[in-house]
Design a protein around this ligand. Structure first.
Ligand SMILES: C[S@@+](CC[C@H](N)C(=O)[O-])C[C@H]1O[C@@H](n2cnc3c(N)ncnc32)[C@H](O)[C@@H]1O
Length: 479
């Protein structure tokens, strides 16, 4: 008799990995002075229900309104909308109605950026989050009139760690820092996604009725990440944690799924002066709290520097105890750039000469790491999830008219599904005809555009023995 040794994951599982959309709007003379902040609570509730989540609590200051959601967070500035949701939410379904509500305020979109890491359970996502291609085409239907129609990129290593997906469209095309209105500032963003949290690090995020959310925030070290922030924190029942911290025009937002088997945590630090903190130090402190087995770090800025040099978007040091699996830089067609890194303690083991497949005993645990830090070979379940996550992307695409998914916010999903199926059949035919990348497609071209060589010259990975490194990060990474 053969025993089936495939590990069974708890059911239901929770998809921690978030989808995030950031839309910048233009004011007009007829717009209210507070712009999008004039949207009523009823309107926000309607939008959240389209995205399939609810508002749990809120904080406000002179610059923005911040909402903790049942699944992640919403930030509303006068001209900027940032919605981040996880689970099986339908984030993009809220976009068409948001654009209608903004039009009623005489505001039109100027820029849209959508980003997300790989889903842990992609097969559970609802349309249009069924694939990055579906998401990108959905976005193109609504923002394709901006600038070049939008560009879509996939960064990172397909086999090791999460990949990072980015769609961006900007009415102005490439934007340079020295062309910005004097009052306007580029937005700098650090996003850290972590999986396989150490059990001891995940434990405080299971609800203890004797502890307040504020105690959890302080005792875990979360409060110390941005000490000046006004914090709105929430511990879910029986587990799960979300927080927003706002300070001036910047925010930190943290979301934690502590369940063993699919543990996940994300930390985003956005909108602060880039000189206010060192991203490498921030990453180290975050890893000290969560002690994850896998880490991805995205550093992005939304405009290009005038001379093409960037002081932001590189990590000055590799996190202690972690090795770099991949380092990729993507200059955005709209100006600005995204640098994306994946780290894992395993990479350190390889660097130390541990044989593949042998039990891993990492020489150096993560900063503040403990004996139970998850330094272990991938389990079959992890490999299965990784395989699902890395199903191949399209290498050529049907035309927009073949793929009209603009009306899906209220449309018939079956009909949309049929149209998609037809488009996919056509894609299959086109693919077998050409067998190569369509020149007009930017999706799936990340390795051409984003990876900057493979000569092993990446300072981040030098000597680590990592085969998957995309190469040097714009010659600037000095990990
Ligand atoms: C707090 S939210 C955080 C989402 C975030 N993207 C993440 O996973 O890091 C998800 C966590 O809360 C738990 N949870 C409990 N009640 C929930 C609810 N009503 N809606 C969403 N998540 C809930 C989930 O099981 C999960 O552990």
């Amino acid at each position: 008799m053969t025993l089936d040794t495939t590990p069974v994951l708890p059911n239901p599982v929770f998809e921690g990995s978030e989808k995030r959309v950031e839309i910048d709007f233009n004011f007009s003379a007829a717009s209210p002075a507070n712009g999008l902040r004039a949207l009523s609570r009823g309107q926000l509730d309607e939008l959240m229900s389209l995205a399939a989540c609810t508002i749990v609590s809120s904080r406000t200051n002179a610059e923005l309104d911040a909402y903790v959601l049942s699944e992640s967070s919403l930030f509303v500035y006068p001209t900027k909308w940032v919605l981040k949701t996880c689970g099986t939410t339908k984030l993009l379904r809220a976009v068409p109605r948001l654009l209608e509500m903004a039009a009623e305020l005489s505001m039109a979109p100027r820029r849209c950026k959508y980003s997300r890491a790989s889903f842990l359970f992609p097969e559970q996502q609802p349309f249009p989050h069924t694939s990055f291609e579906h998401e990108a085409f959905f976005l193109r239907q609504h923002f394709g009139h901006l600038g070049n129609g939008g560009s879509a990129y996939v960064l990172g290593d397909m086999f090791n760690g999460l990949q990072w997906h980015v769609y961006v469209a900007d009415a102005q095309g490439a934007v340079y820092a020295d062309e910005l209105h004097p009052m306007a500032k580029p937005t700098h963003k650090l996003e850290v996604c972590m999986t396989d949290l150490a059990k001891s690090a995940a434990a405080p995020f299971f609800r203890d009725p004797a502890k307040s959310a504020a105690q959890v925030t302080t005792e875990t070290g979360i409060r110390g990440l941005v000490p000046s922030a006004d914090i709105d924190d929430y511990v879910f029942e029986p587990c799960g944690y979300s927080m927003n911290g706002i300070a001036g025009g910047g925010f930190i937002t943290i979301h934690i799924t502590p369940e063993d088997g699919f543990s996940y945590a994300s930390v985003e630090v956005s909108g602060f002066d880039p000189a206010a903190y060192d991203p490498a130090d921030m990453v180290s402190r975050i890893l000290g709290i969560f002690k994850p087995g896998k880490v991805s770090v995205s550093l992005s800025v939304d405009v290009a520097s005038s001379n093409g040099e960037y002081s932001w978007g590189t990590l000055a040091a590799r996190p202690h105890g972690y090795g770099c699996q991949s380092a990729t830089c993507q200059e955005l067609a709209t100006g600005g750039r995204v640098a994306y890194y994946t780290f894992s303690p395993a990479a350190v083991s390889f660097a130390a000469g541990t044989k593949e497949g042998a039990p891993m005993t990492a020489a150096a645990p993560a900063k503040g790491g403990e004996a139970d830090a998850p330094l272990r070979p991938a389990s079959p379940a992890t490999v299965l999830r990784s395989t699902l996550r890395h199903m191949p992307s399209f290498s050529s695409l049907p035309s927009d008219s073949d793929y009209d998914v603009a009306s899906t916010s209220s449309g018939d999903e079956n009909e949309v599904g049929s149209r998609l199926a037809a488009a996919l059949r056509q894609l299959g035919r086109a693919r077998s005809r050409s067998g190569s990348l369509s020149p007009k497609s930017s999706i799936g071209a990340a390795s051409e555009q984003g990876d900057v060589g493979a000569a092993g010259a990446c300072a981040a990975c030098k000597g680590s023995g990592v085969a998957a490194c995309a190469g040097p990060v714009a010659a600037a990474a000095v990990l």
